[in-house]
Write a protein that binds this ligand. Sequence first.
Ligand code: ZN
Ligand code: ZN
Length: 724
Amino acid sequence: MHCTKGLSVGNSSLLVLLESCESLKQALQIQAQIIIHGFHHDIFPISRLISTFALWGSKDGLLHSRKLFSQLDKPNIFIWNTMIRGYSHSDTPLQSLVLYMSLLYRGIESPNNFTFPFLLNSCARLSSLRPGFQIHCHITKFGFEWDLFVRNALIHFYSFFRCTNHAQKVFDESLVRDIVSYNTMINGYAQAQQPCAALQLYRKMKDSDIQPDTFTFVALFSACSVLNDPRIVKRIHALVYKNLICVDSNMLLKTAVIDMYAKCGLMNAAERVFGTMRTSENIAAWSSMVSGYSQAGEVETARRLFDQMDQRDIVSWTAMISGYSQAGQFREALELFGEMESLNIQPDEVTIVAILSACAGLGALDFGRRIHGQFIGNELFGRNIFVTTAVIDMYAKCGSIDTALDIFYRIPKNLKTVSLFNSMISGLAQHGFGKNAVDVFREMELMRLKPDRVTFVATLCACSHCGLVEDGKELFESMLNVYGIKPEMEHYGCMVDLLGRNGRLDEAFSLIQSMPYEANSIIWRALLGACRLHGYTEIGKIAGCKLLEVEPNHGAHYVLLSNLLANTNQWEEARKVRKLMDSKGIQKPAGWSYIEFNGALHRFLASEKSHPKAKEIELMLKEMTMRLRTAGYVPNTAQVVFDVDEEEKETVVSYHSEKLALAFGLMNFRPEETIRIIKNLRICVDCHSAFKLLSEIYEREIMVRDAIRFHHFKNGTCSCMDFW
Ligand code: ZN
Ligand code: ZN
């Protein structure tokens, strides 16, 4: 751009040039020309300059416009609004509220209907609802209460905070409503996951003869993605055609349809729409498909689609990582996260929650701790309560219950939610800190937070792990009497477990008989487990038969029943159960254990020798067996139901996956380090007593997380007090 001095340039032609500037530098040159030609005494060119710089979208532009602004004696309301608008889109939205205050303070100009929507936008960006209420009062005070533009901004503002009641009130009291009012309100219901209210409003809109547009349907589809009735969902899709909106080339609408179907798990329907627009540019639609397949449990299909994508954004990565995490494929989730990091893609809050839950699933403490330090410790997501809940869950499940408690108690009281309490209580339960779990529950009551069904499952489970029979009974009673929550199968399961473990088998059995439902496998399983623990063969046999009747294809149940029989030396019966299992082609679930070492996860399978250090591990196992024997230890082989001789039984138990993992841990960990092992099944009696003794022999702390709870082995004892 060349603006040579001396050329006759008019005020208006300079402003036309200003419009077409492509860089800040060019705009500054125009400003120089305006000053050279003396136009800067006119308010019009100056206000255009200010607005160009303020809305440039960069920090430098905004700073420069602020300088120009501060040189004006009496900026008009148009210029004030421009500055407020500039700040409302910037990194410092608070500045727009500060400007508004000085506008009021000077008292020369009054705000107008354009001022308020920008201010509300700033409040939303600051996540502060309260100043928004004050802005609402000012709207009334300055007489813009009935302005449609302002009212729509208010509906949008309240919807943003999911205050649908307030939004609805503004909407209902409006004298005039346009398509934007309706769309904004339907969108608000979508955000708040209220599909019925959204549909009702849509009908009202049709009754008022307002023709829906693309945005109406995008909002409606988003609202209906939480419905799980395929018929209704398809009828809503059909509405688009009834309203004669052309879908074929409407990418926005198609993407919304796909997202709705995918979220409802209607993958065939989603696939049909997706097939008509499968272009690589449409990342959002691809991500919805990936997410839909993952949620529907078809993780491999999801991965195939994910791999076919040319471009991916954070939503696509997160969809795949959460998919793995929810499907229990935690290793794959961590691997994919690593891949994402290597491409320098920043995770968002949803990714962080998914990856923390994968760490929790695997017991990968080092990995989880790194995520905590890198993304949450520095306050990046630290204020988000969902993320904090996931962090606490991760530490608790990875065995660091102290860290979990520490973080829990540092959270300000007003931010604590029911699900945060639930995570903390179930963490304590898993570690066998029943008393603490009950205390945390009481704390929740004191805060007047209403416990939900999950809270009761967690707290009852905590009582059960610690033999707190009386506390448990009282809690169970209070469910219905105090909180009006009808006990469900899971709660009865906890109670049966609690009574059963404490040897009150008759009481447990009569509770089952008094239940308003037919007992499910979980309940019979709990009873059977208790019978095995206390050697109650008679009730045990009833429970076992019921269990096989309710769930005949679950290998673990056969194992449990045959173990009960084997424990009481009823070998013939045990063999029968075993045979029945074989005849049905059911495999005993494979036991595996994980141990995290140097940032890598080592997986061990029972009797498997494929680990690169298998030779050394075997030598270590031999040494362990020898030292155990010297200490007078006799292997407990009762759980081996194979018809094999004693010596062979001993070999079988000594190759259990957790023993392999422990051998590896003893070889590699420094003496002061706790050896942490994660096991998928319940730890067996033999490994349990061996681990107790080994913790004394090697003077090591060993921690095992099995399918039920944590065991902390130290100085020859276990934190579970042999009760699990
Ligand atoms: Zn074992
Ligand atoms: Zn234990």
